[in-house]
Design a protein around this ligand. Structure first.
Ligand code: ADP
Ligand code: MG
Length: 655
């Protein structure tokens, strides 16, 4: 059974559903509502515009129908309630006309506005209940909640499913059958049963997630890694050639990695450290150890700009190795050459973006895979990297630390090294909050930096002009900056819409100080390292999450000169104040979690890796731990059934 077999879903609707991440019936019935509106039978004396109401009355006029667009219609009629006459409009239900007879009772459920009700539903007799529950889904401008609801209800007419939670655990918690839970969550019958349904499905969601991690861990333990025969002296010798002394945390992370690499167990390690804490050099040391032992290494960055920067950097440090770069913009012929050299082991270290792991890229003896800014990649991608080549060791770098306790859950299959200290000699970045009305002050501060021959990033939240917001878009901001400061300095523009060659060119110019002010979208967010940049000005900064702001702020303060981060916003000032109070990435990520945790009623939030539908890592943290324990106990004595394996595979494709 496919989506198109469902009543009402045609080609167009299908694409709208796809846009919501719904590709099959399972996706559809697990597209859970995020809210339930309880509508009470209304007292007409106290209703206000935009109230949702239930009202009954006697039909006063024969309905009239107006057709418009393709197959669209609106039907109007009047009803007489005990106190007043109301006009009722209902869209696309012309087929009900013959049933709406003058003099009959009707119950109208809908939204009241100025003496009129836009009905979402009609009942052709007096509704016995005093309340109605309306189930609300996240829609978009193409498909709204009530349409989604309609398709789901149609799908549920014939949807069949088996339990996913093993019977033993299901009994332990008195969970509902899966089919009942899914029906209840879309068609609630009582608040108690709805609660059980949500609990059941939330547990199921966490169960699948934790089981996947459990599996990854088990598989890793069963897989033999590479035992390298490298003397620590050789590593220390390399470290002594670096232009600076490693911090204690860097030394500790380096030792962790060294131990992993010489042991026969496969490394799966996450290095968490604030922006600028010096994770890159630790990664380079890992690449060096791996190179010394005769294996190929790969480093994957989330953007081409960053891949280029790593490429230049690594060439400087590991001079004897053959190092190449492969990205989306590498020419076909060039790519071919690189691939064949890679197979012949003429390349020792390959740097690049996602394309490092496209199907046609085959390594000779890949021993180490490093993924930079790993929060950008989904769990599935993490898994797929591991499956390429001979079981290579894996290392992940992340500047968006998740609080330690959560890390143990989410990254339960990984070992973690933390880099908490920032290399000495660096000054703390000063963060200043400004209102749009204070733009003159901001321009003055910018001028002061320019006079010192320092460089500045200016960040806009939008890549393009948009009709329905007055947020700054990057082009308009570029024009404004040119007007204000174009006479005294050179201003450049970079946006995600540009192709990567143009982006690289602009970035090159900025690095070479041919540009003083770089106006950009968040494409510069990750990892870009220009030491002379000492100020970042972020417009409409309320648009960004704290972790993103922290990342952006990390673009400055990269040497011993005082740097500044200026956040311009008229909204959400109290949230943004967190940025002025701390530069500790661990604290900021904690706050980010706190804020995100108090989201919608059922916490449906899409946030990359952790795109849970019902669960919320912050609020349901105890439940995550409980599920983890359940899984450990249960699968000590039971095997994972093939059926469950299939579900897990399917599930990992989704994230
Ligand atoms: P991130 O953790 O954000 O990737 P980087 O590795 O880019 O940080 O390091 C930020 C800057 O600090 C780089 O320019 C790097 O050369 C420098 N750096 C790294 N480690 C040290 C150190 N121990 N002492 C001084 N500077 C360092
Ligand atoms: Mg980095």
């Amino acid at each position: 059974m496919s989506l198109e077999d469902i009543n009402g879903i045609g080609k167009k609707t299908l694409t709208y559903l796809n846009n919501l991440g719904i590709y099959n019936i399972d996706d559809l019935v697990t597209y859970y509502p995020y809210r339930y509106d309880i509508i009470k039978r209304s007292n007409l004396d106290i209703i206000k515009d935009n109230d949702k109401i239930i009202i009954d009355g006697i039909i006063e006029s024969i309905p009239t129908i107006y057709y418009y667009g393709k197959r669209k219609n609106v039907m109007n009629f009047r009803i007489n309630t005990t106190s007043i006459m109301l006009l009722v409009s209902i869209y696309n239900r012309a087929f009900l006309k013959s049933k709406l007879k003058v003099g009959e009772y009707v119950t109208v459920i809908g939204k009241y506005s100025k003496g009129k009700v836009i009905a979402s539903d009609l009942k052709l007799s007096r509704l016995a209940n005093e309340t109605k529950v309306e189930v609300i889904y996240h829609g978009n401008n193409k498909i709204n909640s009530s349409e989604i609801n309609k398709y789901i209800l149609n799908a549920l007419l014939f949807y069949k499913t088996k339990d996913i939670i093993p019977a033993q655990l299901k009994d332990k918690y008195n969970f509902l059958n899966r089919i009942d839970a899914i029906n209840e969550i879309h068609k609630p019958t009582s608040s108690n049963k709805l609660k059980s349904a949500i609990n059941t499905l939330k547990y199921e969601e966490i169960f699948l997630f934790m089981l996947k991690i459990h599996n990854l861990k088990k598989n890793r333990k069963n897989m033999d890694g590479i035992r390298r025969n490298i003397n620590k002296n050789e590593v220390d010798k390399f470290i002594s050639t670096l232009p600076f002394k490693l911090t204690n945390d860097q030394i500790k992370a380096t030792n962790d990695i060294y131990e992993d690499l010489i042991s026969k167990n496969r490394m799966n390690r996450l290095i968490q450290g604030d922006v600028g804490s010096g994770k890159t050099i630790v990664a380079i040391i890992a690449l060096y150890i791996n190179y010394l032992s005769g294996y190929q290494g790969a480093l994957m960055a989330p953007t081409e700009v960053l891949a280029n920067q790593h490429f230049e950097n690594i060439k400087k440090y590991i001079k004897s190795a053959n190092i190449e770069i492969l990205s989306g913009s590498t020419k076909k012929s060039e790519k071919k050459k690189i691939i064949s050299r890679l197979q012949n082991k003429e390349i020792d270290i390959l740097i690049g973006t996602h394309s490092l792991f496209s199907d046609d890229v085959i390594y000779n003896n890949l021993g180490l895979v490093i993924t930079d800014e790993q929060h950008r990649f989904g769990v599935n991608q993490r898994a797929s990297l591991k499956n390429k080549g001979i079981t290579p060791d894996t290392l992940y770098l992340s500047a968006t630390p998740i609080p330690r306790t959560y890390a143990l859950t989410i990254y339960g299959d990984m070992d973690i090294s933390n880099i908490k200290t920032i290399p000495s000699g660096k000054k703390e970045i000063i963060t200043i909050l400004k209102k749009n009305s204070e733009i003159k002050d901001v321009l003055q501060m910018m001028l002061d930096e320019i006079k010192k021959k320092h460089q500045i990033y200016v960040i806009a939240p939008l890549a393009m002009e948009s009709d329905n917001t007055d947020l700054e878009d990057v082009n308009a901001l570029y024009e404004k900056m040119n007007k204000a400061l174009g006479k005294v300095c050179k201003i450049g523009l970079m946006s995600g819409k540009m192709n990567s060659k143009d982006k690289d060119e602009v970035m090159e110019k900025f690095k070479n100080k041919e540009i003083d002010i770089l106006v950009s979208t968040t494409v510069i967010e990750v990892g870009v390292d220009v030491k002379n940049a000492t100020m970042i000005v972020i417009f409409d900064s309320f648009q960004f999450g704290l972790s993103t702001l922290h990342q952006l702020r990390g673009r400055v303060g990269r040497n011993d000169v005082q740097s500044y981060c200026i956040l311009i916003s008229d909204k959400e000032v109290s949230r943004l104040k967190i940025m002025t109070s701390t530069t500790d990435g661990f604290k900021i990520s904690e706050e980010d979690f706190n804020i995100r945790g108090s989201g919608d009623l059922f916490g449906i939030k899409q946030s990359g890796d952790m795109a849970f539908k019902l669960a919320n890592i912050k609020r349901d943290y105890q439940l995550f731990l409980k599920v983890k324990e359940d899984i450990n106990n249960y699968f000590k004595n039971n095997n994972i059934s093939d059926e469950l394996k299939n579900i897990l595979n399917k599930y990992s494709k989704l994230d």
